[in-house]
Design a protein around this ligand. Structure first.
Ligand code: FMN
Length: 201
């Protein structure tokens, strides 16, 4: 499949490929063992940084983990931490059995994890990082890679001791942990609600 990302923009060109990428991207939860090359990760990061940001502040920084043993360890420690949060965050209770299951890897055994950190607590930093995340996920899909945003990892990644382990400045906040890999299966579309239009004056 053509990635489309290097095509020059032409007047009147209808972006069928962009439409395809937006509509067919899915969260992928099973991956092959194939590693994602460094050059591909760099390409994803270069797409991420093209995102708009408030006052062009570009308040993001990126970390990449491609060590599956470390990812398994972080999955186990994330689950342990999430179980300790069940009383404070009742919505997590429905995942209790999964968090207690030693076979459940919150990173779905993906080979790579990219974490987007907000470097500042400015008003729009989190939104800026989310836009970078979407660029990254759409570009990955256009390159036949799968991704899944792993919100389960976020509380753990923001623990001071984990930032210290990873040499992440304490003031940085993990916003978007995204696994990347080659999909074992392409998941079917997840239904969407029609746009709820509140007003159109
Ligand atoms: C902020 C955020 C956090 C998410 N966290 C998780 C997660 O921890 N584990 C997971 O399997 N999927 C997670 N997802 C993926 C969503 O479940 C998924 O995007 C949604 O079900 C729609 O499916 P689709 O991405 O295939 O269209 C997350 C998505 C977002 C945007």
């Amino acid at each position: 499949m053509s990635t489309g990302v290097d095509k020059p923009i032409q007047k009147g060109w209808i972006s069928v490929e962009l439409h395809e990428v937006i509509n067919n991207r899915r969260s992928v939860r099973s991956y092959t063992d194939t590693n994602v090359d460094k050059a591909i990760i760099e390409r994803l990061l270069n797409s991420a940084i093209q995102a708009p940001s408030a006052m062009n502040s570009q308040p993001w920084a990126y970390a990449v983990i491609q060590d599956v043993t470390l990812l398994k360890e972080y999955s186990d420690r994330s689950k342990h931490f999430l179980l300790s949060l069940l009383d404070q965050v009742p919505q997590l209770n429905k995942y209790k059995a999964a968090f207690e299951n030693p076979e459940f890897n919150i990173f779905y055994n993906a080979q790579s994890l990219i974490i987007i950190f907000a470097k500042s607590k400015d008003l729009h930093s989190n939104e800026d990082c989310c836009l970078a995340a979407q660029n990254l996920m759409l570009t990955a899909h256009s390159l036949t890679l799968g991704t899944c945003w792993i919100g389960f990892a976020r509380p753990f990644l923001n623990l001071p001791e984990v930032k210290e382990e990873l040499n992440i400045p304490i003031a940085y906040e993990a916003i978007a942990p995204i696994i990347v890999g080659y999909p074992q299966v392409n998941p079917p579309a997840v239904p969407r609600k029609a746009p709820e239009i509140l007003f159109w004056k």
